[in-house]
Design a binder for this molecule. Structure first.
Ligand code: UTP
Length: 413
């Protein structure tokens, strides 16, 4: 973008404070800032600021539970059938896996990318290596490479790639791994102005787990998958030490039932657990976040004493490639987070606020489910001790300590 054009746009959208920052930058910085302005959708940002004034209303939404298929309730023959379908697809090279590693991992507080975190096992494996072990095992068993796409962020991409290089891709063929960067959006202050970061540029933040679809498409990854003949894509987080990205049963369940999007759910441990649960909103498969579910609904139990809304979304999702491509064409809804964010004021001073001062906009991966044909979404019940133990906090629940314990129990160490 040329300076004249930038002046016009910034004035039109009430963002002229950026010009003051521009003046303070050196030539290289000036160019970088103009380049940054190029990819910002000003109309979208204006609409997002308007959204910060809205409150979420559920009054006219009819919420009903959504059931999952429990594999243990299927017959041995049915389970075998699903497993065979899944295994055949893996052998034919129809499965790819995506790891979302673009998050900031603020709660854990590890200085590098979250995937480089050493879990503290006797082997000192990092989260990335733990994830890689699963696909390596599949590769050794079936002889087919499962392509691993890793979503990074602008901030952590170089450190992530460097880590993989240093560790020689943990022994997995390098050609089986691709990295792509997640898109970002400017942060806005309470008066609707773009936040300026400590270096004088527009402060941007990753656009949330829902950004995976658009970022996959934008970086040519969906095209790459199609060229490789991939039909099914598992998408999971970087921090679940029990994630089984290549579970043939889950894949078989998805493909054999002709679902287009499925999720492996885990029963909520207790009513107030901070996880979203699947439900039907006006008949449409959706996830209701823990911050949104009314207490009474969260605690409701059925005749057997089980939670009615207990099918938790644990970021263990599988999509058909065509569906993935379709979702990537549409914008998922943005959720607004009010955050504390340091910034540079108009005098060029860096301010560290004590209370939330800025808005960050994120999309969530589970918002993809309402976009899929109603009967083409399926839930498959996983087991906590086999499928889910995340590293979120430095201590206490969902910490390295609990993940280490669960990992060692599962792997019988
Ligand atoms: P979380 O929401 O738990 O965030 O992400 P986080 O970054 O790991 O940790 P906190 O909240 O800052 O402490 C769940 C998964 O989604 C990925 C994360 O990397 C993690 O695997 N994610 C999240 C992204 O890839 N991009 C995002 O913008 C957000």
């Amino acid at each position: 973008m040329k300076l004249e054009e930038a002046k016009e746009i910034l004035t039109k959208y009430g963002q002229s404070h950026i010009l003051k920052s521009y003046e303070r930058l050196n030539e290289e910085g000036k160019e970088k800032l103009l380049h940054q302005l190029d990819h910002i959708d000003f109309e979208e940002m204006k609409a997002l600021f308007e959204k910060t004034k809205e409150t979420v209303a559920f009054d006219d939404v009819k919420i009903e539970p959504m059931a999952s298929v429990i594999p243990e309730k299927l017959s041995e023959t049915e389970r075998e059938e699903l497993k065979t379908v899944g295994e055949d697809l893996i052998k034919e090279g129809k499965l790819a896996v995506v790891t979302m590693a673009g998050g900031q991992g603020t709660r854990l507080g590890h200085s590098g990318p979250k995937g480089t975190f050493d879990l503290g096992l006797p082997s000192h494996k990092s989260l990335f290596e733990i994830l890689c072990d699963g696909i390596k095992e599949t590769y050794e068993k079936y002889g087919t490479l499962v392509h691993w796409y890793i979503m990074t962020s602008r901030e952590n991409n170089d450190a992530t790639v460097q880590f993989f290089e240093q560790k020689n891709y943990f022994g997995y063929p390098k050609e089986g791994v691709s990295f792509f960067k997640q898109s970002e959006l400017p942060m806005i202050d309470e008066s609707g102005k773009f936040v300026i970061d400590e270096n004088g540029f527009i402060k941007e933040a990753a656009n949330g787990s829902g950004g995976t679809f658009e970022s996959l498409a934008k970086n040519g990854m969906i095209e790459d998958m199609k060229q490789k003949g991939i039909e099914w894509v598992f998408i999971g987080g970087v921090d679940n030490v029990l994630v089984r990205m290549t579970d043939p049963l889950f894949l078989g369940f998805t493909a054999k039932n002709h679902y287009l999007g499925t999720s492996k759910t885990i029963v909520k441990a207790y009513p107030s657990e901070k996880v979203g649960v699947f439900c039907k909103k006006n008949g449409i498969p959706s996830v209701i976040e823990y911050t949104e579910i009314p207490e009474k609904m969260a605690e409701e139990t059925n005749a057997e004493g089980n939670l009615v809304y207990g099918e938790s979304h644990m970021m263990l999702n599988m999509f058909n490639i065509q569906t993935l491509e379709n979702i990537a064409k549409y914008k998922l809804p943005y959720h607004v987070a009010h955050k504390k964010s340091s910034y540079m004021n108009e005098e060029g001073e860096v301010i560290k606020p004590d209370s939330p001062n800025a808005y960050k906009f994120e999309t969530f991966i589970f918002d993809a489910f309402p976009m899929i044909e109603v009967n083409k979404v399926g839930l498959y019940r996983g087991k906590r001790e086999e499928d889910f133990s995340p590293v979120k906090n430095a201590e206490g629940v969902d910490s390295p300590e609990t993940a280490r314990r669960d990992y060692m129990a599962y792997h019988k160490m």
